[in-house]
Design a protein around this ligand. Sequence first.
Ligand code: PPE
Length: 295
Amino acid sequence: DGQFVPWGEAKVHVLSHVLHYGSSVFEGIRAYQTPAGTGVFCLPQHVKRLFRSAKIIRMDIPFTEEQMSQAIIETVAINKLPSCYIRPLAFRGYCQLGVEPRTCPVQVIVAAWEWPAYLGPEALEAGVDVGVSSWRRAAPDTFPANAKVGGHYTNSSLMRMEAATLGYSEAIALDVYGNVSEGSGENIFVVQEGVIYTPQLSASILNGITRACVMTLARELGYTVAETLIPREMLYQADEVFFTGTAAEVTPIRIVDGRAIGNGTRGPITERLQSTYFDQVHGRREQNPEWLTYI
Ligand code: PPE
């Protein structure tokens, strides 16, 4: 809300609207060490998405996009973190309960901390074991998947807890029609015969910023990328499958529902995209310099 407070003093009232109804929008952003110092990856894209999520749920964020960007940069700087995960959040605060939220003030926070590999230390190289979830993504006319709203993550938590109970690292959700949607906190890609496929925006996915970057990188490397409907069985037939996300970065998937993908290790196209992505975020590529905002 416009000032820095120590970690332990960043508190809200127990009757804050967001605690009861999940009325928040948020982002997950990473900052990386680069030869030119710490760089925030895709900062304008994340700030824009935060405001778009807010618009969908009729929330007026009491700051401008410019002010939010500045707050994010200052939060990384003041914490002296060479690389970190950044969480901006806008939420309905304390005033009155009841599902009509608009009497409650909108509060805004930005926090930053170190967050290592999202799906475990081995995941980036060895890949992860996943299962198709019994929980589906919400139908398009229920929760707007494209808005990154706190309350929507109940669905992700159900998926993730089920996956852990079954011994998987992560789950893949189908959409309401039975087509592949996304992971609990990642978008998904499938490689078949050298072509890269990913679910289209209308498959109840979040319009991932890493997804967009990886599509751009893949095209720069000469691959054909198609946004399309992906039937479940295409996962099992695939040569390679991988997740993308700010937290997950580019994570290979080696097993889906007990079936090895390709030869059960990180595939060659996944490996190439992953190393290109890491080169990009660490400022080691000449292309797309505008994707890094330096502290
Ligand atoms: N789908 C979902 C449902 C999702 O939460 C994320 C990000 C993505 C796709 C990938 O979007 P992007 O980060 O723009 O490429 N998940 C964030 C939060 C994860 C969490 O556990 O919290 C993230 O990666 O920061």
